[in-house]
Design a protein around this ligand. Structure first.
Ligand code: MN
Ligand code: MN
Length: 299
């Protein structure tokens, strides 16, 4: 099932990229030539096969969706708060601020703030893409913002996150690459900040625009799961998050057959199993699956 490949792709991108997170592309070249192995290390001193906040927050969100029966901002905020209580190694600044705001005020949706345009809401959007597969566009957007606005409420972060959700959903339904490229071009038409062609962007920051420019460029210029992820992580910068996002899109697009066995087996077994199981459970509550199996879908 492609949903499983998307979730595995997220975890693999995260683990592969974390080794070189915050290095520049030149530093990576000097140290590794081409970085292509899941070996741990990096500034977080990871054990081989460990993942970071990108995968962990996705799992926390996915769990809240399954418990609640859908995407709900309060359930998501509680799940993120519980996750942070476990003292994760890495918590992004904007994410931390949103979670602390929820703890202090009980508010699970932040007011709009253009400074919240980090990639933190996008990196964890895969569970939303899976459970809303086949839903109407407004419902997908609503669900995306329910989880996103717990920590990030900016137009650019929303637009980028909703584009990534659409790309994953298009890929899951066997759409051609041209259709995915069209969706990316639509984002660039709506928000020219995302323009990425012929710009050779590297060292992406955690700004949603920088991150997605690298992801889009790599996805378009490569033709395989493996080469897409290698391309992304060797750009350095926020490499784990860029590769996590590239991993979910290209995993959904190319499927499990293209994911190198050596990467799959390198991921911590219990994390990978949790990801794969969650992918199946989330797809089973999606409108597309419910319709296909003849279950009633409420509107
Ligand atoms: Mn991370
Ligand atoms: Mn990161």
């Amino acid at each position: 099932m492609r949903a499983r490949a998307a979730y595995a792709g997220l975890a693999i991108g995260d683990a592969l990229g974390a080794t070189v997170e915050f290095m520049t592309s030149r530093e990576i070249e000097h140290r590794y030539g081409i970085h292509r192995d899941i070996i741990g290390g990096g500034w977080l001193c990871l054990v081989k096969g460990e993942v970071t906040d990108d995968t962990e927050m996705s799992l926390a969100l996915g769990n809240s969706i399954l418990l609640h029966g859908g995407v709900n901002s309060r359930a998501a905020a509680r799940a993120f708060s519980d996750w942070m209580r476990g003292k994760p190694r890495d918590v992004g600044n904007t994410v931390r601020r949103g979670i602390i705001h929820f703890r202090n005020t009980g508010e699970s949706e932040l007011a709009p703030n253009d400074m919240d345009a980090g990639n933190g809401s996008c990196m964890r959007c895969l569970p939303v893409a899976l459970c809303t597969l086949g839903a109407k566009k407004e419902q997908v957007v609503y669900a995306s913002r329910q989880q996103a606005h717990v920590t990030h409420n900016s137009c650019l972060a929303d637009a980028g996150t909703e584009c990534v959700i659409d790309l994953v959903q298009l890929a899951l339904t066997n759409t051609s690459k041209d259709a995915l490229v069209d969706r990316i071009d639509n984002l660039v038409t709506d928000y020219s900040e995302f323009r990425f062609r012929n710009r050779n962007i590297s060292n992406p920051s955690g700004y949603i625009v920088d991150t997605l420019q690298v992801v889009f460029e790599a996805f378009i210029r490569t033709t395989r799961f493996e080469s897409c992820l290698i391309d992304v992580v060797n750009q350095g910068g926020d490499a784990d998050t860029a590769a996590a996002i590239a991993g979910m899109i290209s995993g959904a697009f190319y499927g499990m057959d293209q994911i190198p066995e050596i990467w799959l087996t390198a991921i911590n077994r219990s994390i990978l199993d949790t990801c794969l199981q969650q992918a199946e459970s989330l797809i089973k509550i999606s409108p597309l699956f419910m319709e296909a199996t003849g279950k009633v879908v409420d509107d």
